[in-house]
Design a protein around this ligand. Structure first.
Ligand code: DX5
Ligand code: ZN
Length: 217
């Protein structure tokens, strides 16, 4: 798999999600940020919205669960039609069991690390995962500044992924823009979430293309 651009709809028009998705036909996935006001200090949407959008949009849905107790809630997002489900390891009671449940439902299983969460303790979990998300801002809001301090962790994650066979996608999320995407790609990321960069642009699809070429594909 090469470079993938996964726009976040967090800063899109929530009254017109299907129309917003149609503005970015070249996006590989639609990144949907689920927040519960417990794991992060913000509240967004749940499985019913994902279910509706998965019927209305052409692109598959990449659900990013920033919620407490993902062990209970994540499988419901697979039922709702999400093609990829990311839970936070800081919130999961049993990440291996959870990843297996997500896969058993036919979705891709992905695990996220907040900026202060190290990757090394989770190296042995990589074969259970289809994607690892290294957050490059503190989760909760769009439009925050990219944290350069996360770059060494992206490099380390890439090394660990190569060591485990290289199948796992490495996603970055937070402050990804034309200014920062090259750094992320050079550090080894291959899947890029961008919210405000895409939906703040006059032509979101042109920004998806520009991000893709800046990332090197
Ligand atoms: C933040 C979310 C991100 C957010 C990214 O907690 O997980 O997906 O939408 O937005 P930007 O690209 O504006 O940082
Ligand atoms: Zn996200």
């Amino acid at each position: 798999m090469g470079i993938q651009i996964t726009p976040s709809l967090l800063n899109a028009d929530f009254a017109n999600l299907a129309a917003e998705a149609a503005r970015i036909p070249g996006a590989d996935w639609l990144h949907m940020d689920v927040m519960d006001n417990h794991f992060v200090p913000n509240l967004t949407l749940g499985a019913p919205v994902i279910e509706a959008l998965s019927r209305a949009a052409d692109q598959p849905i990449d659900a990013h669960l920033m919620i407490a107790d993902p062990d209970r809630w994540a499988p419901g997002f697979a039922e709702a039609g999400a093609g990829s489900i990311t839970f936070h390891v800081e919130a999961a009671a049993a990440p291996v069991r959870l990843a297996r449940e997500i896969r058993a439902q036919g979705a891709r299983a992905s695990m996220a690390l907040k900026p202060a969460t190290p990757v090394d303790p989770y190296a042995d979990l990589l074969p259970e995962l289809d994607m690892l998300l290294v957050m490059t801002v503190e989760p909760g809001f769009g439009g925050q500044k990219f944290l350069d301090l996360c770059l060494p962790k992206i490099r380390r994650a890439r090394e660990l992924i190569e060591r485990s066979g290289g199948e796992v996608w490495l996603q970055v999320d937070g402050g990804v823009s034309l200014e920062t995407i090259e750094r992320c790609a050079q550090a080894g990321a291959d899947t890029f979430v961008a919210g405000s960069a895409v939906f703040g642009a006059d032509d979101p699809q042109a920004m998806v293309d520009a991000l893709r070429s800046a990332a090197g594909s």
